[in-house]
Write a protein that binds this ligand. Structure first.
Ligand code: HAM
Length: 430
């Protein structure tokens, strides 16, 4: 039964998962790839707390959405403060900006867990992870293009090809009310045809109806007014400049007028990346947009902003589905096999590591056969074998493990580290 604790083996909570070695090597590589691309575009790493005052999210994201309204992990701490585990990255980054006021433009990237009490399913977790960026301080449409291009470059760097970019504009404080009025009039007439959830609740936030994936809502809103037709001149020009920029970069996209995104802070450009190789319900591999009013809403000066969040688990699922970005487990450069008491293993791995090489060894004085088996499984390129003969002669047997055509050699003990270092790359010369 959910919500109750029960005896039995301890497991990770529902909707969470452990990432163990070697699968985690992929996470390291993914975050490193993102960091490299983000830095190249002028973004610096920002690290925020995992929990914030709950009112940050109520005020910043709004309550009329699934995430804050229904899914947030909110709790009172022992001091009586109402806190929440961060359900996303943007609000915290903006709060940090308002608090510290770094010079503008301010471009920050992050890698963070995010917590949402969702119905757990494949690709939908209660703790998921995002890499993302936020750029504050300019409404220049060229920045929108840079931000979208950064996300696209990231997917491409992982080898993903089946990712579709959807874009829309949410308008602004000036032009959206006109649209909302038109949408309300439309929904008032078509309310009966909406899905069970929205039939009685559409008035509270009509935009959510457009976002609804149920057939009933989809069909009923087929001819609903489109926000793009209500944009004022400034928003229309901004959107046109974004489109021209994407075209200039050769970035393919589809304008999706229903794309209103799940949070209330969005203005002007919104976008989402769909993993076409993934199951429909969980196929958003990333999304974001502008939030030109958010800084002000959180107590700062009027400051435009734009960013995105990319779901790490979803992206990795897409990689699996497309057969790309395999786990590349870094293997040790050398594995020390010591059947002469263990001192050589102890000292040689330390020496190798001090020299900047990756070294492994076996423990517990196992047999030669068993140590060689572990050496082989480790993926090491070389076994450095020390037995009584080598010990007496002051040598080490250097045995290539990855190449059948290379011969093993006796190398003076004092020259071993150098020999391993020189191995990069001509293994055949051994
Ligand atoms: P979001 O669309 O809610 O946007 O989340 C971003 C991405 O996180 C999604 O596209 C998806 O890949 C992943 N994601 C979301 N929820 C889950 C989940 N339960 N399980 C697995 N993956 C998930 C935001 O969070 C905004 N803060 C993005 C943004 C940044 N907008 C402006 N700046």
């Amino acid at each position: 039964m959910e919500g109750t604790s029960h005896p039995g083996p301890l497991r990770a909570p529902r909707g969470t998962h452990d990432v163990l070695w070697p699968a985690s090597a992929r996470w390291e590589a993914l975050v490193a790839t993102f960091a490299t691309l983000a830095r190249r575009s002028g973004f610096g790493l920002v690290i925020n707390p995992m929990f914030e005052e709950a009112r940050l999210f109520h005020r910043g994201i709004g309550d009329d959405n699934e995430v804050v309204g229904k899914e947030m992990y909110e709790f009172e701490d022992r001091g009586g403060r109402l806190l929440a585990l961060r359900p996303e990255g943007t609000a915290s980054v903006v709060r940090a900006f308002v608090e510290h006021r770094p010079p503008l433009p301010w471009k920050a990237w992050y890698a963070t867990p995010a917590f949402r009490y969702e119905r757990a399913a494949a690709g939908r977790y209660r703790q998921h992870h995002q890499v993302g960026v936020e750029a504050l301080g300019t409404d220049d449409a060229d920045l929108d293009v840079e931000v979208v291009a950064l996300a696209a470059a990231f997917y491409a760097a992982l080898g993903l090809t089946r990712v579709e970019l959807l874009i829309n504009s949410m308008g602004c404080r000036q032009c959206r009310p006109g649209y909302m009025a038109a949408l309300r009039s439309f929904l008032a007439i078509h309310a009966k045809a909406l899905c069970d959830e929205h039939r009685d609740r559409w008035e509270r936030n009509p935009l959510r109806v457009l976002d609804c994936k149920k057939d009933a809502c989809r069909q009923a809103t087929e001819d609903a007014p489109r926000l793009l037709d209500f944009l004022d001149q400034g928003c229309a020009e901004h959107f046109a400049r974004v489109r021209a920029g994407l075209d200039a970069q050769g970035l393919a996209y589809r304008v999706e007028t229903r794309l209103v995104r799940g949070f209330d802070y969005y203005t002007r450009t919104t976008f989402e990346f769909t993993g076409l190789a993934l199951e429909g319900a969980q196929n958003a591999v990333g999304g974001g947009g502008r939030y030109n009013g958010l800084v002000e809403q959180l107590g700062g000066p009027p400051t435009p902003g734009i960013g995105f969040g990319i779901g790490v688990e979803r992206v990795l699922l897409a990689c699996d589905a497309e057969g790309t970005f395999p786990v590349a487990v870094p293997a040790p450069d050398a594995f020390v096999v010591d059947v002469a008491g263990g001192d050589s293993a102890r000292d040689l791995v330390a020496e190798l590591r001090r020299a900047g090489l990756a070294a492994e060894r076996a423990y517990d004085n196992r047999s030669l056969r068993s140590q060689l088996k572990v050496a082989d499984r480790s993926g090491a390129r070389l076994a450095l074998i020390v037995g009584p003969d080598e010990l007496a002669a002051g040598t080490v047997t250097v045995r290539p493990l990855r190449r059948a055509d290379a011969q093993q050699q006796q190398v003076p003990r004092a020259a071993v580290v150098d020999r391993v270092r020189r191995l990069d790359p001509p293994e055949g010369s051994l």
